[in-house]
Write a new protein. Structure first.
Length: 415
């Protein structure tokens, strides 16, 4: 199977040097080719360039030609932080927050993550697979081509393994690139409230060895936060995770400055995510690391949190990634177009910075930047074609609109 997309008004995020991430001032540039063509062979990008330099094609058999006059072509969005395997929904808590309760107060009453855990423990593997597949399909049509999915609504040996096996199944059922993350340390289950150390032992001694032997997770994450896990506990859990072949990630400084970034840098995390309460100390620590700061504008928006200092981090020389945090409690949307818009409108990222953050940098945050996140020869053919739009800034400008017309995943048109 071959696809030729021709007369592309602008081919966005082209790369000829296999860049793995972009930082600082370089985030303001978005390499693009105007009046371009893009060739796909089987599931890979086979070539691209300017129309005037196109030398034709010798073998027209099995070729689909798509005319993209006045349309833009992008590499699909990469979403490096989600919790899309869940049961039920939490709009009741949403209304409680409107009426004055805080996210923390709801958690203290046994709601929040514990509410989702109760429901997930009762759900069958099949129900969870079906629910997650629907969400994967929804975000694919919004342009997402690669995604990380976390456990963390199980909070028992049985239910955490169930979640991870569901994610493993999704890897075979969905055309999207999927990475799995073990987030057993998402909250302390009620029955361990008075002896958290025993729950940490359960994570390390019971869950991790099975996860490693069945290769159920690529990453391990911890919610480092007051009333969840301390900085020291985060480091302890993530060191154990590394011994079990999982790469660390951290939910850091979301509700307070609680040490998540420093813990992440200490253990060599691939990413630290959220970052609403990041200060200068954390920015300094990140400068001397390979850890990518990742902002989740949907969660900050939905919970009315202060904005993470994304502008300041980029100006300090750091790379920044964007992800959706799609989950039932703090970000019931996985729409990356909206996340990009929020980053531009609220955090003052330029469209170029936000698009870099949601493509190559988010691919880096889940170890996929060699195969996803840009238009490069040999990369996975996960691209989307927009409707007729004036330029890429029109995407965050028209927040809330669906401007994507055609989705191609692994070289196949999906819609
Ligand atoms: O990324 N911060 C912790 N975890 C999730 C929220 C999970 C939930 O409320 O269900 C987050 O925001
Ligand atoms: Fe999260």
């Amino acid at each position: 199977m071959k696809i030729l997309i021709k007369n592309i008004k602008s081919l966005i995020q082209t790369d000829e040097q296999n860049i793995e991430k972009v930082a600082a001032g370089r985030m303001k540039t978005l390499p693009s080719i105007t009046d371009a063509w893009l060739a796909i062979e089987d599931d890979k990008i086979a070539g691209f360039g300017k129309m005037e330099d196109w030398e034709g094609i010798s073998d027209w058999s099995n070729l689909t030609v798509i005319d993209a006059t006045d349309k833009l072509v992008f590499p699909c969005w990469c979403d490096s932080h989600t919790h899309i395997v869940y049961a039920g929904s939490r709009e009741g808590e949403f209304v409680d927050r409107i009426n004055g309760l805080t996210y923390e107060e709801i958690f203290q009453r046994g709601g929040g993550i514990l509410n989702s855990a109760k429901r997930l423990q009762q759900a069958s593997e099949d129900e969870l697979v079906q629910g997650a597949l629907q969400r994967l399909n929804e975000i694919m049509l919004q342009g997402t081509g690669a995604i990380e999915i976390k456990s963390g609504y199980g909070l028992s040996v049985e239910a955490e393994l169930k979640m991870l096996r569901v994610i493993k199944k999704l890897k075979t059922l969905s055309p999207l690139a999927i990475k799995a993350t073990f987030l057993g340390a998402h909250a302390v289950p009620s029955e361990y409230k008075e002896h958290k150390a025993d729950y940490i032992k359960l994570l390390i001694n019971e869950m991790m060895p099975i996860i490693a032997s069945e290769q159920l997770a690529d990453y391990c994450d911890v919610f480092c936060e007051q009333n969840y896990f301390t900085k020291e506990e985060t480091v302890e859990i993530l060191i154990a995770a590394k011994k079990n072949d999982m790469i660390p990630k951290v939910h850091a400084e979301q509700l307070s400055n609680s040490g998540g970034v420093l813990a992440g840098v200490e253990v060599g995390a691939v990413s630290v995510d959220h970052l609403e309460y990041v200060g200068d100390k954390e920015i300094e620590a990140l400068k001397n690391s390979d850890t990518i700061p990742t902002i989740l504008p949907g969660a900050a928006f939905f919970l009315s949190l202060p904005y993470p200092p994304a502008r300041k981090m980029i100006d300090a020389g750091l790379p920044v990634a964007i992800a959706s945090d799609y989950n039932p409690g703090s970000s019931p949307s996985g729409n990356m177009n909206l996340m990009i818009a929020l980053a531009c409108i609220q955090y003052k990222l330029t469209p170029e910075e936000a698009i870099n953050a949601a493509t190559i940098n988010s691919a880096y945050a889940m170890g996929l930047s060699k195969t996803h996140g840009s238009i490069a020869i040999g990369k996975q053919a996960n691209v989307f074609i927009t409707k007729e739009i004036p330029g890429y800034s029109f995407i965050p400008y028209s927040f809330g609109s669906n401007l994507i017309e055609t989705i191609i995943i692994n070289g196949k048109v999906m819609n």
